[in-house]
Ligand binder design. Structure first.
Ligand code: ADP
Ligand code: MG
Length: 676
């Protein structure tokens, strides 16, 4: 039977498209949400209550009653017993179907109700005396308005007949892994026989589900590793350095590197020396000291005769990096240039000119760094801070500048192991798993919003000790204007309550120069209290700030809270974070606040975050470029994920044809995204 999408009625095609179905094979992978069992008929007397059952009988009596409200009530008997059917909304054809003397099959749950044992709104089917039972469970598919189950079922059946469902895995391998054949697995999921373990189906632990999940995870592993290999095949300048400049910088610092920093630096250096571009993700919790590692890597690049660039997602953060790096590198005679969207045209042109001529060895800025008009004389290393903030397109742009530079991506959002293994399988990962010594743990308190006044006193006390305070205003997703207003109001209120101190305000609407000015004043302790929207989330470093108050903490995500809290506790001073919340708390908010209260371990927080939110949100901008998982669940299917990873390695090395066939089945048309 042929199934030609081009010949489907437009309306059907567009509804299918809404479901992500654009070709016959997409229908094969459009798996049921659940099943109805129409393979077995109960007698009314024997049918269990409260679970879906099918019974069949004759309508003894039917009537529209008005008590307790208007409804169609029919009494059905099958000889063993009787049962009422109630329809609260109904059409004339349903009245006909349930007219006296008609024979019907009812699928629904029997409960004790107003009239006795009853089914409310069961699925009703008119039958003759010999209508056969279904041979398979009836699949119920995810669908959209205007596309009913029967036509969708028909399309799926056509697709199952039309598509090639051969196994993509070699028989021996499939056998070793104990996996069901693909063909049998999809057929079973679409049309399970009555003896199929229904619990395993609904919990997705059935062998057929495991096969699909494995295939999906394998496709993801293959595509990510393939993307990795393709990028690795490009050439990059070998940035082999004696490390002389790096040593000079280290000698000028008031601290030595931690063991973890030394270890990741060695990993980075090893990659930089290679003639293939590095693609490394440097992970380290907030305050772990990633910046100095980036600076040392940049110095190696520079010593090897190439330029380096450091890009940060916000201007505040980029500027802070610029200041720090200039301060570190200027004594070594290395020119650092600043490039951001807010620069005046003349200044920008001058900065671009210095990057192009190669006089500027290190360029620091926002994504302005990677705009069309900027071309580096000899870019060797591109560093991206808080990489999860950038999408695939920006990563693309970054590679486009002057061949293939080495890439170092940094992230303070710790990635749980399963995510790293799956969605980040196209990168090498280095982890700084140790904080610099001498940090005092941050104390976290959960405080009801009603006690806000006391918190203002707390702020006064901290300021009187010469310390500084962040006061973070709530995130208001629905309205940026409201968010801004709240920040302004808070600023006014705190200024009035704390006349003896200077209170600053920073929010997303300020011009970058204004923002920078406020931040600089805060860094110099000319401003003691900084009222801020969540724009300060990333990277800001003022060690003298020891108190952070976060308003409406219940509205924020775990990762965000963790990042915010990481703005304090940056020096040896004891710091605290007060999470103001307004009761009553929802379940998810309660869970989140509990986690953030109980631990400061970024990895643990990330794991909990993944559990609470799932990977979609976690991945942020990244997800746009990576095939998402529809069937597998990273929490529950860790074993399959590990198997898929191992198998992917073997297949890529020894069975290119298998790789091609498998990717073609699972990703056809979507590979482009992966080349980023
Ligand atoms: P993050 O990893 O969050 O970007 P930073 O690079 O901003 O962290 O470092 C946080 C603070 O720790 C900075 O003030 C930095 O100078 C300091 N720091 C970094 N490494 C060390 C170290 N080995 N010993 C002491 N302080 C360090
Ligand atoms: Mg940082």
């Amino acid at each position: 039977m042929s199934l030609d999408f081009a010949k489907l009625p437009k309306a059907v095609a567009s509804r299918l498209a809404k479901l992500g179905i654009r070709q016959p094979f997409d229908l094969v992978l459009h798996l049921p949400l659940r099943y109805e069992d129409e393979t077995h008929l109960y007698t009314i007397a024997d049918a269990p209550m409260g679970v879906p059952v099918m019974v069949e009988g004759t309508v003894e009596h039917a009537d529209i009653t008005f008590r307790p409200r208007r409804q169609l009530v029919a009494r059905i008997s099958d000889g063993s017993s009787e049962l009422f059917v109630r329809l609260l909304h109904f059409y004339p054809n349903q009245q006909q179907q349930l007219a006296e003397g008609k024979r019907v099959r009812l699928l629904g749950e029997i409960r004790r109700g107003f009239f006795g044992e009853e089914m409310v709104h069961p699925k009703v089917r008119s039958v003759g005396s010999e209508t056969p039972l279904a041979e398979a469970l009836t699949p119920i598919y995810p669908t959209v308005n205007g596309l009913a189950q029967p036509p969708l079922r028909k399309l799926v059946n056509q697709a199952l007949n039309h598509c090639v469902l051969d196994d993509t895995l070699p028989e021996v391998l499939r056998h070793d892994l104990g996996l069901m054949p693909f063909d049998a697995a999809v057929r079973l999921l679409h049309q399970p026989t009555p003896d199929t373990a229904q619990r395993a189906l609904s919990e997705r632990t059935h062998a057929a589900w495991l096969r699909l999940k494995f295939d999906e995870l394998l496709a993801q592993q293959l595509s990510m590793r393939l993307a990795y290999r393709r990028r690795r095949e490009q050439t990059a300048p070998s940035l082999r350095a004696t490390g002389l400049l790096a040593q000079q910088l280290l000698a000028s610092l008031p601290f030595g590197l931690t063991g973890a920093q030394t270890k990741v630096l060695a990993e980075i250096r090893h990659d930089l020396a290679s003639t293939h571009p590095m693609q490394r993700l440097l992970q380290g919790d907030v305050g772990a000291g990633k910046t100095i590692v980036a600076a040392l890597a940049a110095l190696d690049a520079i010593e090897a005769g190439h330029q380096a660039a450091l890009m940060a997602p916000t201007e505040i953060l980029a500027e802070q990096h610029y200041k720090k790096l200039s301060q570190w590198l200027a004594p070594l005679g290395i020119e650092v240039v600043w490039l951001a969207g807010s620069l005046k045209p003349a200044a920008k042109a001058a900065a671009i000119a210095r990057v192009e001529s190669g006089e500027a060895w290190l360029a620091v800025g926002t994504h302005a760094l990677f705009q069309e008009s900027v071309s580096f004389a000899r870019l060797g290393l591109a560093i991206v801070d808080e990489q999860h903030r950038f999408g695939v397109h920006q990563r693309l742009a970054l590679r486009g500048k002057g061949g293939s530079p080495h890439q170092l991506m940094m992230s303070a959002t710790p990635i749980p192991r399963t995510l790293a293994m799956s969605f980040y399988a196209d990168l090498d990962v280095s982890v700084i798993d140790e904080l610099p010594p001498g940090r005092t743990p941050i104390k976290t308190r959960l405080v009801n919003d009603a006690r806000r006044e006391e918190m203002v006193e707390q702020v006064r006390k901290v300021c009187s000790e010469g310390r500084q305070v962040y006061w973070v205003c709530p995130l208001i997703e629905e309205s940026e204007a409201l968010e801004l207003q709240t920040a302004i109001d808070t600023h006014v209120a705190l200024s009035e309550s704390l006349p003896e101190y200077r209170v600053g305000l920073v929010h997303g609407r300020l011009k970058p120069a204004e923002k920078a000015e406020v931040m600089a004043a805060f860094a110099r302790n000319e401003v003691q209290v900084l009222v801020a929207t969540t724009v300060i989330e990333v990277g800001v470093d003022v060690p003298n700030a020891t108190l952070m108050v976060i308003e409406h903490a219940e509205r924020m995500g775990l990762a965000q809270l963790h990042q915010l809290r990481g703005r304090v506790g940056r020096g040896a001073l004891e710091s605290s974070c007060i999470l103001l919340y307004s009761a009553p708390l929802g379940e998810v908010a309660k869970q989140r606040l509990k986690v953030i209260f109980e631990t400061t371990d970024g990895f643990l927080i990330a794991r909990e975050d993944l559990r609470i939110r799932g990977p979609g949100e976690f991945l942020g901008a990244r997800q746009s470029g990576v095939p998402m998982l529809r069937f597998a669940d990273l929490e529950r299917d860790t074993v399959l994920l590990e198997q898929a990873r191992d198998v992917a390695g073997t297949l890529l090395d020894h069975h290119p044809a298998v790789v091609e066939a498998h990717l073609d089945r699972w990703l056809s048309g979507r590979e482009e995204l992966l080349k980023a």
